[in-house]
Design a protein around this ligand. Sequence first.
Ligand code: FEO
Ligand code: CA
Ligand code: CA
Ligand code: CA
Length: 590
Amino acid sequence: GTWATKSPLKFTPIKSVEATKDTFTVPKGFRWDPIIRWGDPLFKNSPAFDPTKPNAKAQALQFGYNNDYLDIIVTNRAGTEALLVCNHEYTNRAIMFPPSASDADELEVLRTLKAAHGMAVVELKRRRRGGKWTYVQGARHNRRITADTPFRFDGPAAGSKFLKTKADKDGVLALGTFGNCAGGTTPWGTVLSGEENFNGYFKADPNARGSKRYGLTDADSSYGWEKVDPRFDATKDGYQNEPNRFGWIVEIDPTDPKSTPVKHTAMGRMKHEGANIRVDSDGTVVAYMGDDERFDYLYKFVAKNKYRKGDSRAARKHNLKLLSEGDLFVAKFTGEMQEDNANLGSGTWIPLTKNGKSAVKGFSHEEVLVFTREAADAVKATPMDRCEDVEPSLKTGKVYVACTNNTNRGADGKPGPDAANPVKGNKNGHIIEITERRNQADATRFEWNLFMVCGDNGEAGTYFAGWDGPVAPISCPDNVAFDSAGNLWISTDGQPGTISKNDGLFRVPVAGKERGHLVQFLAVPVEAETCGPVVHDKDGSVFVAVQHPGEDGTWEEQHSYFPDYLSKAGKPVKGNWRGPRPSVVQVTRK
Ligand code: FEO
Ligand code: CA
Ligand code: CA
Ligand code: CA
């Protein structure tokens, strides 16, 4: 059998859905149910959802907005208890609150938006394996992390002069996380999350170190938080370094709601999409990471210490420090263009640090870690078409790099197409498959090939790992995951703008006779991005986080009513809310 048929999750693929449809579409014989939605109460004392009265305190006790990275971590043998962990990347204020709320108290609106960011940990339960999950209000592990939650810096740049502010003179404790996009769950049970578009939250001195390269300007920030919290105006005395305290990989321990989450300086600072861990057969630990910006880079972190098996206290304590010490590398690709885009080549992981010291001329170790983009520029890494999720297959060790798109590829004064980023004006994106030399996670050389060049059905230049049958149209690959048989699942972000289809979730075998045979599993509602995804195929479930449904609407003219929808008479089916709510959805067989 092929890899696709080895997965216990069988389904009849759906057809792609037109980009105007406000529907959640699943294969025949399947159903979808929201597990938790923006505003749902998490704690015993959480107020009920009421967007007509923005309230920061209430929001900090409720599920946040725009869920992106998602995992569902089953925690008992019976398979009836789990922890849901997810990111709340950003907010869409125009569709969240009535304009009258801003007239009444604009500052409370801003504080509420701030509290809608961050992350959430939520306990789930169900009656039996294979069943529907529900969340437990007031459960012991429930937690909201917001833009104000204390985080500890660790690693070589903790305490650096670049991280010190008037409020944190030692440069060791940052408040909050935001812009958290994708992430990864570690083999030791923690969750990593990437702080991505942090620059949009600051007003900053454009001449400060790093401002230009990280997109920081002195314009009012797009989120306006400087009006309610002075540290977001980094032009002010004592706060110049505040933006340096964001753009990190953070690690949270969902099993310990009292733990202080960590920002890992050893893993470098960029617009981190996320991080995914591979542990080699000898215990070597590496993390793959993308910097999601046009012409930015692909990175690998190699931990100094080896993974310890088991969940003894000693092993856990050891593993919780694995990402605190190690070396950082950036990718350089060389290769050949082929006529059908079956490009391949080799590459090098160029060291940015070596044995805990700077490996870049003119940069101190701290400078490499805080201004990582500048260090990577200096060693001439390969500018990529926006690396989103980068995930190793735990079955084969091969690494899949989702390059979502880059419409500036080959534009005037910009880098032109190369073997690893072959499409001029790349609007649909592509996926690169990397094989480390001798399949060792910490190799400094690798081979690569293009796995997929995305696009509409049959469009010139599309390539599906050599598969020559029909495939589902796909554009803008973003978050990825694997099922138990090793098939790659790809979620998309941006199809409405490129191929006029709603974003969706796709499955493709990476080996066997059906390698490259891409099919579509689901489609999310109008203007939404498909995030997560989590595939529990042995359990008959697929989970997605539906992010920014109806994001181009306004309060008066909502584009989406997902997930509660309206009755035929145009009345809300549940409660009295008329608008979309980003939600985590479980898809199961009927
Ligand atoms: Fe938040 Fe790179 O997508
Ligand atoms: Ca996103
Ligand atoms: Ca993303
Ligand atoms: Ca994206």
